[in-house]
Ligand binder design. Structure first.
Ligand SMILES: Nc1nc2c(ncn2[C@@H]2O[C@H](COP(=O)(O)OP(=O)(O)OP(=O)(O)O)[C@@H](O)[C@H]2O)c(=O)[nH]1
Ligand SMILES: [Mg+2]
Length: 337
């Protein structure tokens, strides 16, 4: 199962209490106050790591507690600070408030969008340590018998939501050859099979292009007509290509009606998000090795779409068109922001 949303309970550490102690020295019958401060509670920190790509870990572990600060010591020694907890998430993880109910219904406030490697947030702050009694001595009370209590650490419920960040998102019917393409052009090794809905979770691959240049491609489950009404696997996976710059439509070249297929795919995208459907597009006609006579010339580009969209014939089996496709994707990426 692909987990792209998780609910966590987090609690930062409580601050340690300040201490009430007095100096005991030889020949000093009444020592002054010597209670140290309590330690600070540990923070809960969430950080994005590029080598992760699911929220699966959070299916099993949902509670995160940072360490409490220790009580202040005698002889003005401060208590130890509590240990921080670091929660590692994939790049592209959005952190939301568990729930915010207001006049218009429920909403989840976005607390952070960890959209870059190494980005982090202190999601729950540890409580301050309490001051020891040594801080409270005054001219009228030289031996205070009280100290401050440590402050409680923050605790909250949060939602993690993952939206993959890729340069190119592949859209197509099941079995079009999307996963095969990503396995050929990148180091990703997704499951490939001769039946629909082989891909159940998004795959992200890095394409190493010429001269150490690279870009990322996301392969998502296939879409079918009516997906916006929940048919097949629905459209929820489109969220993973919402943040791509280019959409690569993949249609089998042997299809009876490429133009119609393109329209169906585009319509499903529109139902999900008009903004997404407007993104820059490239069409790859897959499995060109199955084309009996080389009749690509007869597939009119104009017929496929009214917009001017590059159409490239490819085969993951013979490698035909693949280098040209990478050139086109790279070139198009240079013209997007
Ligand atoms: N002849 C030929 N077969 C291909 C080519 N590319 C993919 N296939 C085959 O087409 C079938 C489907 O390939 P996948 O890559 O799993 O297709 P997909 O689009 O990822 O499918 P879903 O994950 O179900 O959406 C497999 O049997 C592949 O071996 C190609 O270029 N030529
Ligand atoms: Mg697939």
């Amino acid at each position: 199962m692909f987990i792209d949303q998780a609910e966590l309970e987090i609690k930062a550490g409580d601050g340690g209490d300040g201490a009430v102690t007095f100096r005991r020295e030889k020949y000093v019958p009444k020592g002054g106050p010597s209670g140290g401060n309590g330690g600070k509670g540990g923070d809960v920190i969430i950080q994005a790591f590029g080598n992760l790509n699911t929220l699966l870990d959070f299916k099993y572990k949902r509670k995160y507690l940072a360490g409490d600060g220790a009580i202040g010591g005698s002889s003005l020694k401060d208590g130890k600070n509590g240990k921080d907890v670091l929660i590692k998430v994939p790049v592209g993880t959005i952190i939301k408030d568990f729930v915010g109910v207001h006049a218009f219904g429920k909403s989840h406030k976005i607390l952070a969008d960890l959209d870059g490697e190494g980005k982090s947030i202190i999601i729950a702050k540890g409580g301050k340590g309490g001051k020891g009694n040594s801080n409270f001595a005054t001219s009228t009370n030289q031996a205070p018998r009280y100290a401050e209590e440590g402050k409680k650490g923050e605790s909250k419920k949060i939602i993690l939501e993952l939206k993959l960040i890729a340069d190119v998102g592949i859209v197509g019917f099941p079995n079009a050859g999307k996963s095969t393409l990503i396995s050929v052009i990148s180091s990703a090794k997704p499951k490939i099979s001769d039946y629909p809905f082989t891909t159940l979770e998004p795959n992200l691959g890095i394409v190493y292009y010429k001269d150490y240049k690279n870009f990322t491609v996301a392969d998502i489950p296939g879409i079918i007509e009516g997906a916006h009404e929940g048919k097949g696997l629905g459209l929820k996976f489109l969220r993973h290509i919402e943040r791509t710059k280019i959409l690569l439509f993949m249609i089998e070249v042997t299809s009876e009606n490429i133009e119609k297929d393109f329209k169906i795919l585009l319509n499903e995208l529109k139902q999900y998000s008009k903004k997404l459907a407007k993104r820059k597009k490239i069409i790859a006609l897959s499995k060109s090795d199955l084309l009996e006579e080389k009749s690509f010339a007869t597939i009119s580009r104009k017929k496929i779409s009214k917009e001017v969209i590059p159409v490239i014939l490819i085969s993951a089996v013979t490698n035909e068109g693949i280098p040209g496709l990478l050139d086109k994707l790279w070139e198009a990426l240079q013209h997007t922001d």
